[in-house]
Design a protein around this ligand. Structure first.
Ligand code: TTP
Ligand code: MG
Length: 436
């Protein structure tokens, strides 16, 4: 990147066009289930949220492409999905059912999917200097400084192959000179797609597509556009911009620009949390030190596990103890250097909690912060070339950084799917034991 002077989608100071990759995993939750259960490969797989094995409640989170052929789709009730695609077990007892026309149903296991997502993100961060993580299975990469348009397809194929080979799930990748075209490109040939839209081709690539594919055109706008005789992105690009603006306001002008392939958003990095935390409330306030300690141990273990999966090293370990009615107390210890050391998190958290042994507490939390991301260089305090922490030179503060006052995660309008459940990203206060 050449700094903020260049608008993506327009040539930079060197006369180069930006090269943006949009990476979106194929039927992501189902792909994760297949990774750990290879017998599911090639089979119709449905992943249900609020679903329990053998039951018919809940809704479809995603379906493999084989299951989609039976009309199973995201957000459908599991009962309806079962009508279209009975479960495999049913074929064993019902001779009228063709086993080939049945599928495998699995409940959502978000922790596992997040850990797989982290492995993918690791490759993405390795492949680009600027990565904007949008959701658990989707990100934009600005690779302008890593490759050139003449070899961009090979570059993207390399990223795709690495994900496949090293993580065992497939991605669809779109390459274009701006974000909105890259996103449409990644969706254009799913699954296992790789679509490159070169500078100068964006408008002709978009022209035949349904206007509803333009980012920002939902079903309602699409209907209104149809009433104006606008069916395709090409129709939209050729429409009278003043008429669009009169009808849709500023948004009309924006849709017009997008349909013409103009998108001046810069890929800005996002997705690495500032801190990771978990907290949990007691049903009733308790002054039992063992109960408080046990809960803090569980939270410490979860937070350290989360950090490890994200490849995060931490330098500050903190606890929070809420005393009735709403007094939020935080205590923190800073270490001499960044570590990945789950036992230390537990030890420090329990020690910090000691101050509240005699107090009635209604909620506790554990947080690690001062994060650094050093893939492949994970360390423990034992291996770190510095002194030990909690009792030694560690600085103990009162503590300045509160659990509740950190940056909220910014809302993202780039995602059609759910945003990454980054309740950890701050504010920590929203996470709970129920997240486990
Ligand atoms: P998507 O990327 O929208 O869908 P997908 O990866 O399953 O399929 P595709 O190949 O079309 O990209 O969403 C990513 C994951 O988010 C998806 O695997 C499950 C979850 N999800 C839900 O839980 N509910 C939803 O309504 C949608 C759309 C996705
Ligand atoms: Mg996806």
């Amino acid at each position: 990147m050449t700094g903020g002077s260049r608008l993506p989608g327009t040539p930079d100071g060197d006369g180069r066009d930006a090269i943006v990759l949009h990476v979106d995993m194929d039927c992501f939750y189902a792909a994760c289930e297949r990774r750990r259960e290879p017998e599911l490969r090639g089979e119709p797989v449905v992943v249900g949220m609020g679903y329990d094995p053998g039951e018919s409640h809940g809704a479809v989170a995603t379906a493999s492409y084989e299951a989609r052929e039976y009309g199973v789709e995201s957000a459908q009730a599991i009962g309806e999905a079962l009508d279209r695609l009975p479960r495999r077990a049913a074929a064993e007892t019902d001779p009228d059912l063709d086993p080939a026309a049945t599928g495998h149903y699995r409940p959502v296991d978000i922790d596992y999917y997040e850990s797989v997502g982290e492995e993918v993100k690791e490759i993405l961060h390795d492949s680009a200097d600027v990565v904007r993580e949008v959701s658990i299975d989707e990100a934009y990469l600005d690779v302008t400084d890593r490759t050139a348009w003449t070899v961009a397809e090979g570059f993207a194929r390399h990223v795709k192959n690495r994900i496949d080979r090293e993580v065992g799930v497939t991605a669809s990748v779109g390459v274009a000179p701006n974000m909105s075209a890259a996103k449409i490109a990644s969706d254009h040939d799913k699954p296992d797609g790789l679509v490159v839209v070169e500078p100068g081709e964006v408008r002709s690539f978009l022209a035949p597509l349904d206007a509803g594919e333009i980012h920002g055109v939902g079903p309602v706008t699409a209907r209104e556009l149809r009433e104006l005789g606008i069916e395709t992105a090409g129709d939209l690009a050729g429409a009278d911009p003043d008429a669009l603006e009169a009808r849709f306001g500023e948004r009309g002008a924006e849709l017009y620009r997008r349909a013409r392939g103009e998108d001046d958003r810069e890929v800005t990095p996002r997705g690495r949390p500032k801190s990771l935390s978990r907290e949990s409330a007691f049903t009733e306030a308790t002054d039992d030190p063992d109960r408080k300690r046990e809960r803090v141990r569980t939270l410490a273990e979860a937070v350290a596990d989360r950090a490890r999966r994200k490849g995060a090293l931490y330098r500050t370990i903190a606890i929070k103890a809420v005393t009735p009615p709403f007094d939020v107390n935080t205590r923190a210890t800073s270490l001499p250097g960044p570590v990945d050391d789950p036992e230390l998190v537990e030890e420090v958290a329990v020690e910090l909690l000691g101050e509240f042994d005699d107090e009635s507490v209604r909620k506790v939390g554990v947080r690690v912060s001062n994060l650094s991301f050093a893939a492949g260089e994970q360390t423990s305090l034992g291996g770190w070339d510095g002194q030990s922490a909690p009792d030694g030179d560690a600085e103990r503060t009162g503590v300045a950084d509160s659990f509740d006052a950190s940056d909220p995660p910014e809302l993202d309008d780039d995602s059609n799917g759910p945003t990454d459940a980054e309740t950890d990203a701050d504010p920590a206060g929203q996470s709970s034991l129920a997240d486990f």
